[in-house]
Design a binder for this molecule. Structure first.
Ligand SMILES: Cc1cc2nc3c(=O)[nH]c(=O)nc-3n(C[C@H](O)[C@H](O)[C@H](O)COP(=O)(O)OP(=O)(O)OC[C@H]3O[C@@H](n4cnc5c(N)ncnc54)[C@H](O)[C@@H]3O)c2cc1C
Length: 265
């Protein structure tokens, strides 16, 4: 690890001011992505701005129409919330399947989304439910948020403050997890929302993306059988030591069928 200066702001305004004047600085939330990166000397920030103690970024609220989660909320809190389990069971299920207990006890939704790891879980729910990401500057629709591998619409120094998930009529999430890390090899988040059917695929490509063909088939009939004959192209999908692009393409159909069945279709 290279040397860095450490800051622990108490308010969001303080954190925003610090990151604004430290161009080589980095925000630190749960540290479950950033700390391993620093330990491997893959990044050399001048300063770490630890936002882990900022109360404004923590907690969740649930209404009849939306689940809103503060960016600094740990995965475990979402997984255990009785209110989230009731409003959007698939979201609580997703959070409960992230990594292991230690990861869920430290990792935050804001850190996960800002990182846009292709193998992360939350991007599936954000895109599948058509959530809105709130930042210190603006609101960003899910469809505009994920730009590529480890790339999002966030500007330098822009801080995610909360994520607002509209409550769907029904939703399901299934992932084929890497047996060692529990990271996503391929996941599918399927939701029947007020705006129609949404199918988001994570783990398979450079970042989460929607599968239009499946959305069309499920809009005609919301049943696992509607996805049966569909096959996503392998072109452009990730291929690595864990799985080939062809295998990931196969898993897209399988995980989507299971997600639809979980949602009751
Ligand atoms: C062993 C292991 C297994 C894991 N398995 C899974 C898994 O199965 N599924 C999964 O989804 N994830 C998994 N993770 C990742 C985990 O969920 C991380 O916690 C998450 O990716 C990053 O969140 P964090 O709060 O730790 O962010 P940090 O590591 O603190 O930060 C990550 C990045 O986000 C930026 N950032 C943090 N907060 C904000 C914010 N509010 N606004 C803007 N930028 C911000 C930081 O500057 C940094 O660049 C795993 C991690 C480990 C170590």
């Amino acid at each position: 690890m290279y040397a860095f200066n450490y800051h622990k702001p108490k308010t969001l305004a303080e954190a925003q001011a610090l990151i604004g004047k430290l161009p080589e600085g980095k925000l630190l939330a749960g540290g479950h992505t950033l700390i391993p990166t620093l330990k491997q000397r893959l990044a050399q920030p001048s300063d770490l701005i630890d936002i882990g103690g900022i109360a404004e970024l923590k907690g969740l609220t649930v209404t009849a129409s939306a689940v809103t989660i503060g960016a600094g909320t740990r995965h475990d809190e979402v997984a255990r919330s009785a209110e989230v389990k009731k409003a959007i069971p698939a979201l609580a299920l997703l959070a409960s399947g992230i990594g292991d207990r230690q990861v869920r006890a430290r990792g935050t939704i804001g850190g996960s989304l800002a990182n846009s790891d292709p193998a992360a879980d939350y991007p599936g729910a954000v895109l599948g439910l058509g959530a809105t990401v709130h930042t210190t500057k603006r609101t960003i629709k899910a469809d505009d948020f994920f730009k590529g591998m480890f790339e999002t619409a966030l500007d330098e120094g822009e801080i995610i403050t909360k994520v607002e998930f509209p409550v769907p009529k029904r939703a399901g999430y299934m992932k084929f997890a890497n047996p060692a890390s529990r990271y996503v090899m391929v996941g599918s988040f399927v939701a029947e929302t007020a705006g129609g059917i949404r199918v988001a695929i994570n783990g398979a490509g450079p970042c989460a993306f929607r599968w239009a063909e499946a959305e069309k088939a499920l809009a005609a009939k919301f049943a696992a059988a509607s996805v049966e004959g569909l096959k996503h192209k392998a072109d452009g999908l990730n291929s690595d030591i864990h799985a080939s692009a062809e295998y990931r393409a196969h898993l897209i159909t399988v995980m989507t069928k299971r997600a639809v069945a979980q949602a009751g279709g």
